[in-house]
Each structure stands twice: as structure tokens, then as C-alpha cells.
Design a protein around this ligand. Structure first.
Ligand SMILES: *[C@@H]1O[C@H](CO)[C@@H](O)[C@H](O)[C@H]1NC(C)=O
Ligand SMILES: *[C@@H]1O[C@H](CO)[C@@H](O)[C@H](O)[C@H]1NC(C)=O
Ligand SMILES: *[C@@H]1O[C@H](CO)[C@@H](O)[C@H](O)[C@H]1NC(C)=O
Ligand SMILES: *[C@@H]1O[C@H](CO)[C@@H](O)[C@H](O)[C@H]1NC(C)=O
Ligand SMILES: *[C@@H]1O[C@H](CO)[C@@H](O)[C@H](O)[C@H]1NC(C)=O
Ligand SMILES: [Zn+2]
Ligand SMILES: [Zn+2]
Length: 592
């Protein structure tokens, strides 16, 4: 990044995620933050050389400011400045800018007051280390067990006739209760298809629209009716993002309404099927704002986790509901020999501004994960991990710790399942020693929603087991879509159809991590294979721009990347294009 535009985006990108593509979408390093912030500060109206300030004067100033930002008048001033910046960046219409700033500013100010604007932090940054310690997003390590890692046994295909488990995977439903067929699919807001007439063309389709649009409830109902008749499934994983992308106008009541309505719809249509949810970044108000448990009272996430525990009571045992209430994560045994861990990935996200206060293992979740995996290893259980935001999109320390954990427990973690990008992709994990032997894979499944320019879709995983000694590894997966071009023809019925099966489409001998690693290598030389992947990644709907050169290099690198900011993961690609450039491209992708 660089330039004051970058600095402003650093600040406001946090607020407008969804309305503004975050150029810092993954683990920005601490020194980069500091430089950007130092650049930003002179623009807030105060003009003098920060370095000339004496340390006591700096601390006195920020002690005073600490009181100052609590005053209503300065909150108004910050709100007005925020709206001005939002407008200048053309991040939204005047109404959207007003709404989004009104929604974000109060919580954001609390976080700033308790972190960046603490005299020790800010004076350490501005005056120098003699005056304080700039500690935002500093490094930290979880403690791995002392027990030595068991010998590695590569997964093997099950014997013929062995049982397998079918897991339904739903992610990113994004129900828009204001979706209006016939409305403008090409509006100025971050979310369209919800009122106003189109300037040209037929307007939003009945079942959904290729555009910046989410889904009406009748499309979700059509999906669930179809699923009720296309099983049987043994389990379902459901990895979050229930509400729509109208993040500038949502309230707690809206989010709880979406949680209740969609949960009830799933229970109505899928009946006794056990469904295991994970918390997405859109469940909160404002979006991405998930205060860790050190924030208490009305600003905490209690309003959300309590409602989830209530809505999901039919699916989860009491001890799982207990940790869900505390931090939005849980574990339970879902089949003999198979343990599920549902992580709250909002605690790894740099869009979660509450982590400015303290980003060290929020809620102790990763240390808890280590304990769960150690217990599973001792019991001979295999573990599936589900979560919303995939690990390579996490902040550096969180992601690197998670990577170490996956490598240490490669014999126990049999599968990892995520969503959030709305696209069909994956992230490979390699051994810590050489970063060349694949030890795991995080599948990133495509969204149910169309947002942006996609067909609606869902995923089914076929998993080994249960039987004594089964690996619980993914043996294959299938992706299903609703072809909107066909569905929206007047008089047509919506037809959910199989788009592809992974092993057949990519010619994989099996679907273990080593097969996906080999696929990435094959795609490096086989242009046709790469283009097939690119098309399926977008659920069979060709994006407007083809993927060549930098796009292609960055994507192949991203598939090898289970943690952010490690150039050693893509040595071949970094020979062609500098790693910084690969990463800049990859971060520009519109997420949330
Ligand atoms: C800050 O200090 C530098 C040298 O230490 C001096 O050249 C500069 O004039 C000072 N600036 C102000 C605004 O006092
Ligand atoms: C975390 O571990 C790494 C690798 O062992 C080490 O280089 C780093 O200094 C540690 N960081 C902290 C804060 O302990
Ligand atoms: C808690 O916060 C919400 C959202 O900011 C607000 O609407 C509500 O009035 C608050 N409740 C109390 C008791 O302060
Ligand atoms: C941040 O949280 C960690 C873990 O809870 C704690 O050890 C550390 O002291 C905290 N840091 C600050 C500056 O409060
Ligand atoms: C969807 O249907 C249209 C119209 O028949 C067709 O051109 C397109 O290829 C289909 N897309 C997929 C992914 O099957
Ligand atoms: Zn989403
Ligand atoms: Zn998301």
C-alpha cells in the first residue's frame, strides 16, 4: 500500500468491509500498520512534528484525548469526519455513508480508546520506543503439547465396500428479506435487487440475479425442499453468514430475525438431520464486530451467542452450548471416532476491530483447540474442523499458530471445511520442517448466495467411515447449483443440478491432500485444466475477466497457502513475480 489513500483505507476499510474492497484483507504486519497510522494522524487536523513532542507532553495529550473522545461533541465530529471520508472514497451513497458511520462509530471508538489511543501505545508509535511500546497485533505463540508427534501414516483409500458418510455443506446463505423481483440489479449500493426500477434490462430475476444481490427466502426454501428429497445425508455442516449484505442499515433485531427464520426453515425441511453450525462474520452488528470475552456488558456478543444457543439447542449438547455462549465455538463427538470442532474465525480476522485491544489468542480459542486435539489424539479420535473465514485470510500470528497446530496434529485432523469467499477453492497445508510435504487441506466451499455474479450453490462431501480405524478423510466431493439463466425463464421450475464431482473433473486418484497438491502442480503447466478450475471456482459462471498472468500466478500461489504472508510457500511462483505483488493481487479480491 502506501500514500495517504492507503492509510485512510486502513482505517475505514475496517468500517466498510463489504462496501469497499479491503486492500489489507489479510494479516497486515505491525510495522505496516504503524507507518500507515502515522501517515494518517497529521490529517486529523493537528499539524506539527510528532517526533519533536516530548514524551510527557505526548502522554498528557493522549490522556486528555482519552477523555475527549468520550464527549458527545467529539463523537459527532468523528462521525462527520467519517461520513466525509466515506463520501470522498465514494464508498457509498450519502445515505449509506451516514448509516454505516452511525452504526460503526460508537463501538469503534471504544476499541480505539482502549487500544491505539492508550498513551503508552500511541506515544510509543509517535515519539519512539523510549516513550512507550507500540504493541498492536504483536506476535504470540500457543503452547503445543510436550507429547511427541506420533509417526506419520499417510491416508490410504478404504477397502472396497467400506461405509462412507455423506456430509451436506451449506455456507453463506445471505438471505435478503428486501429482495424484490423486477428491481434494479445494478444500483449504486453495496447490495442491489431490492427496490427501484432498472434503467435498462428486465430487472432482478424471481429466483435470484447475477449481480451484487443476495437471495429471497423462496430460493432458500426451494433449496431446502430439494435437499429434503435428495439425501439421505448423515450430517450437515453450516458455516455461517445468514443475513444479507445491507450492512449499513442492520440492527441486532434484524440479525436475530434472520438467525431465527433461517434456522427454523432448516429444521422444518431437514427435520432430524443433525446440523452443526459455525459463526460467520455477518452475524454481528456491525459486521465483523466480535468482541472477545474481555469485553463485557451490552457491547459484548452475549446478545448473539445467547440467541444462537437457544436456536441451535436441538442440534448441540449442553457442554457445546456452554462454550458457544462464551465465545461462539464448541466441540462434540458426532460419530463414533469422529469429533467435530466449530471455530469462531472472527477472532482471527483483522476486520474485527475489537482485536485492536488485544489480538493475542482471543478467547483462548487456539489454546483450547490444542487441548481438544491432544485429547482426541490420546483417545484415537479423528477431528473435523469447521469455520467461516478460511485460515489464510487470518491475521499473521493467528494463522501461523493455526498452521503449526495442523502440522503437529496431521494424524488427528482429518478434514477442514470453510466458506466466506463465496468461491470454490482450497488452501493446502505443508509440514513445518520443509514446507513441501502436504499434511492437510482446508476446503473452501462455494456460497449458497449469488453475491457477486454467481449461481446459487452447495456442496456434499463423501467421507471415509465410520468403521474401526477409518480415516474420516474426504474421499470425494460434489457441487450442486441452480442455473439462474434456466430457473428465471417464465414458467420454469427451479432445477438444482450437479455441477461436478471433484475426482472426476480433475482426474484425481483420490482426494487426499497429496492429490490436491499434485493438481496445483498440474495446473501450472496445463492451461486447459487451470481454466476448468477457474470456471468451477465460480460455480460454472464464467467471470467477465479471464484469469491470466498475475491472476493465474496469484491463484496458484493462494491454493498452496494455508497461512498468510509466507513467501516460502510459493517459491516457483515467486520466481516469476515478486511475492509482494502476488500477495497484493490476492488481497484485492473482494471478500466478506
Ligand atoms: C523538530 O526538531 C527538528 C530537529 O530536532 C527541527 O529541525 C525542527 O525545526 C523541529 N520542528 C518543530 C516544529 O519544532
Ligand atoms: C514464537 O515462536 C517463534 C518460532 O519458534 C519465535 O521465533 C518467536 O520469537 C516466538 N514469539 C514469541 C512472542 O514468543
Ligand atoms: C445495547 O446496545 C444496543 C445496540 O447498541 C442498543 O440498541 C440497546 O439499547 C442497548 N441496551 C442497553 C440496555 O443499553
Ligand atoms: C492480551 O491477552 C493475553 C491473553 O489473554 C494476555 O496474556 C495479555 O496480557 C493481554 N495483553 C494486554 C496488553 O492486555
Ligand atoms: C445455464 O444455462 C444456460 C442456458 O441454457 C447455459 O448457457 C449455461 O451454460 C448453463 N450454465 C451451467 C453452469 O450449466
Ligand atoms: Zn458471505
Ligand atoms: Zn463471510
Amino acid at each position: 500500500m502506501g500514500g495517504s489513500a492507503g492509510a485512510r483505507a486502513l482505517l475505514w476499510g475496517a468500517l466498510l468491509c463489504g462496501a469497499l474492497a479491503g486492500p489489507w484483507a489479510t494479516g497486515a504486519g505491525g510495522s505496516e500498520d504503524a507507518a500507515a497510522l502515522a501517515e494518517l494522524l497529521p490529517e486529523t487536523g493537528v499539524r506539527f512534528g510528532w517526533r519533536n513532542l516530548s514524551c510527557p507532553a505526548c502522554k498528557a495529550l493522549f490522556l486528555a484525548l482519552d477523555v475527549g473522545v468520550q464527549l458527545q461533541s467529539s463523537q459527532d465530529w468523528i462521525q462527520r469526519t467519517g461520513v466525509a471520508v466515506c463520501l470522498r472514497l465514494r464508498a457509498g451513497t450519502p445515505q449509506v455513508c451516514q448509516d454505516v458511520i452511525r452504526l460503526f462509530v460508537p463501538d469503534f471508538l471504544t476499541a480505539w480508546r482502549r487500544s491505539v489511543l492508550r498513551p503508552d501505545e500511541i506515544c510509543g508509535l509517535l515519539v519512539g520506543s523510549r516513550c512507550g511500546h507500540w504493541d498492536i497485533y504483536s506476535d504470540w505463540n500457543v503452547t503445543l503439547p510436550r507429547a511427541p508427534k506420533p509417526p506419520v501414516v499417510p491416508p490410504a483409500p478404504p477397502p472396497p465396500g467400506a461405509p462412507s458418510t455423506r456430509i451436506l455443506f451449506l455456507t453463506d446463505l445471505h438471505w435478503d428479506k428486501a429482495y424484490a423481483p423486477g428491481s434494479d440489479p445494478d444500483c449504486k449500493d453495496a447490495l442491489c435487487c431490492r427496490g427501484g426500477s432498472p434503467s435498462r434490462g428486465p430487472g432482478a430475476g424471481f429466483w435470484g440475479t447475477y449481480g451484487r444481490c443476495d437471495l429471497p427466502l423462496h430460493t432458500l426454501e426451494s433449496l431446502l425442499q430439494h435437499l429434503a428429497g435428495s439425501g439421505p445425508f448423515d450430517l450437515a455442516y453450516w458455516t455461517g453468514d445468514i443475513p444479507a449484505h445491507n450492512i449499513w442499515e442492520q440492527s441486532r433485531a434484524d440479525q436475530l430475525g434472520a438467525l431465527g427464520t433461517v434456522t427454523a426453515l432448516i429444521q422444518k425441511h431437514l427435520g432430524p438431520l443433525p446440523v452443526y453450525p459455525a459463526v460467520g462474520n455477518h452475524e454481528a452488528v456491525p459486521v465483523n464486530a466480535f468482541p472477545p470475552p474481555f469485553v463485557v456488558g451490552n457491547q459484548s456478543s452475549a446478545w448473539l451467542y445467547e440467541a444462537m444457543a437457544e436456536a441451535w439447542r436441538p442440534w448441540l449438547p449442553p457442554h457445546a452450548l456452554g462454550t458457544l455462549r462464551l465465545g461462539g465455538f464448541y466441540t462434540l463427538l458426532v460419530q463414533p471416532g469422529l469429533r467435530l470442532v466449530s471455530l469462531n474465525m472472527n477472532f482471527c480476522s483483522d476486520a474485527n476491530f475489537w482485536l485492536l485491544i488485544n489480538s493475542t489468542d482471543p478467547a483462548g480459542q487456539l489454546q483450547w483447540l490444542v487441548g481438544v486435539l491432544q485429547g482426541a489424539e490420546e483417545q484415537g479420535e479423528k477431528v473435523h474442523i469447521i469455520g467461516h473465514i478460511p485460515p489464510a485470510h487470518c491475521m499473521r500470528s493467528w494463522g501461523w499458530n493455526y498452521y503449526r497446530i495442523i502440522s503437529r496434529f496431521e494424524g488427528t485432523v482429518a478434514g477442514q471445511f470453510f466458506g466466506h469467499t463465496h468461491l470454490d477453492e482450497f488452501e493446502l497445508f505443508y509440514d513445518e520442517e520443509t514446507l513441501s510435504r502436504p499434511v492437510g487441506i482446508a476446503f473452501v466451499a462455494p456460497s449458497v448466495t449469488t453475491y457477486v455474479n454467481l449461481n446459487p450453490g452447495y456442496r456434499v462431501y463423501q467421507v471415509d467411515g465410520p468403521r474401526p480405524g477409518s480415516s474420516f478423510q474426504v474421499l470425494d466431493h460434489e457441487t450442486f447449483i441452480l442455473n439462474l439463466t434456466l430457473a428465471n425463464v417464465p414458467g420454469a421450475k427451479p432445477q438444482w443440478q450437479r455441477l461436478y464431482g471433484a475426482r472426476q473433473a480433475y482426474g484425481l486418484a483420490s482426494a487426499f491432500p497429496a492429490d490436491w497438491d499434485a493438481l496445483v502442480r498440474r495446473m501450472q503447466t496445463d492451461e486447459g485444466l487451470f481454466q476448468r478450475f477457474w470456471l468451477l471456482m465460480h460455480k460454472g459462471r464464467q467471470p467477465h475477466k479471464p484469469c491470466q498472468d498475475l491472476c493465474r500466478t496469484a491463484l496458484l500461489c493462494a491454493l498452496r497457502t494455508g497461512k498468510a504472508d509466507d513467501p516460502r510457500l510459493c517459491p516457483e511462483h515467486a520466481q516469476k513475480v515478486p511475492f509482494a505483488q502476488i500477495q497484493a493481487w490476492w488481497r484485492q479480491r473482494q471478500l466478506c
